[in-house]
Write a protein that binds this ligand. Structure first.
Ligand code: ADP
Ligand code: MG
Length: 355
């Protein structure tokens, strides 16, 4: 008995030494890679710079993002998943390959990969993601729907017969899901999330201040002074842009109240998606959500007052996940660990990854 336990632990150690199992959050805005036993090692924007003349991938991640809006004619920097669907297949696959290779250490002999994908992707796209993982050297590859991974990452009791509601507000999509017994009972995905909020800010500044601002400035405004709910303190911010009339650079001062009103439309759409999902949820599960609260994840969860607004509009308690940007990546990592011991988790992964 004793020697058995011993040899198992030796095998176990060897296996761990030569494997690097990874979980990937393939987000519309950010891609994160979680390496088993080591945590999140890669956190980069989902941006790829490509040479248009020959299709060669030049940069992936942060370096490519620096090029957004600043490229010469023969280079394009794009976000291949921008709207939550794989807009550019080949480029998405190259991005996945690059990240998998970056996460691998020198002695990796065996690798299992779990990728969290937006729930809106088609079967063909899903299979392409699995292929890309194998091409990058993964021995086993699985996909999982992002809301499920986010729920696990946020610590919700997904395998129990208890309803949990997760709202993941990313860059391109907001995904709302009710989960119970390791399955998605009901879900809704809308293409309105952080990007739309940024666009609403840029449109407002153009209209009200005659100032043209870029995507990144709009995002900064959102993060610094944006809010979904009336705030006690009114904040101000100086923004730089191009005057629509003179065409010259100019500054303008913008208040948080202006921005709150400017982004009401996309915010209302997000709240509406939560309400519609609740309405379509069986009463027992909705009651569970009432007891445990709705959990917000994704970068959008950090928008000031969004939790309060959703709580008011739904009458449910609302909580923000501990590390909203990391939930999906942590969830994929937890699944990799759990699939060895928990048949329910393994079955769930196999089911999600099969046609
Ligand atoms: P995805 O999963 O689609 O890649 P993320 O969960 O990484 O998206 O979230 C990215 C989005 O979160 C972006 O739209 C970004 O502007 C937004 N975001 C990040 N931080 C904040 C913040 N503090 N307040 C509001 N929005 C934020
Ligand atoms: Mg996400």
């Amino acid at each position: 008995m004793k020697s058995n336990g011993h040899s198992k632990s030796l095998l176990w150690t060897l296996r761990k030494r030569f494997t690097s199992d990874i979980g990937i959050d393939l987000g519309t805005a950010n891609t994160l890679v979680h390496v088993a036993g080591r945590g999140i090692l890669i956190r980069e924007p989902s941006v790829v710079a490509v040479n248009k003349d020959n299709g060669e991938v030049l940069k992936v991640g942060e370096e490519a993002r620096m090029m957004l809006g600043r490229t010469p004619a023969n280079i394009v920097a794009t976000r291949p998943l921008r709207d939550g669907v794989i807009a550019d297949y080949e480029i998405t696959l190259k991005m996945i390959e690059t990240f998998i290779k970056r996460a691998r250490h020198r002695v990796t002999l065996y690798q299992t990969v779990v990728v969290g994908i937006p729930s809106g992707v088609t079967e063909v796209e899903r299979d392409a993601v699995l292929d890309a993982c194998r091409k990058a050297g993964a021995h086993k590859a699985y996909v999982i729907e992002e809301p499920m991974a986010a729920a696990i990452g946020a610590g919700l009791p997904i395998v129990e017969p208890i309803g949990s509601m997760i709202v993941d507000i990313g860059g391109g999509t907001t995904e709302v899901a009710v989960i119970s017994l390791a399955g998605i009972v009901h879900s809704r995905s809308i293409r309105i999330a952080g990007d739309e909020i940024d666009e609403a800010i840029a449109a407002y500044v153009r209209r009200a201040h005659n100032l043209f601002i870029g995507d990144r400035t709009a995002e900064q405004v959102k993060i610094e002074i944006g809010s979904a709910h009336l705030q006690e303190q009114i904040l101000e911010m100086e923004v730089k842009g191009r005057d629509l009339v003179t065409g010259l650079p100019r500054m303008a001062t913008i208040t948080s109240e202006e921005i709150r009103l400017a982004i009401q439309e996309p915010i209302a759409a997000i709240v509406e998606a939560v309400k519609l999902t609740l309405e379509a949820t069986p009463p027992e599960l909705a009651a569970d959500c009432m007891n445990h609260g709705i959990v917000l994840a994704g970068g959008g969860a950090m928008l000031r007052g969004l939790d309060k607004l959703i709580a008011e509009e739904t009458g449910m308690p609302v909580l923000i996940a501990d590390n909203p940007l990391d939930c999906v990546a942590i969830g994929t990592g937890k699944m990799l660990e759990a699939m060895e011991e928990d048949p329910a988790i393994r079955r769930m992964l196999e089911k999600a990854s099969r046609g």
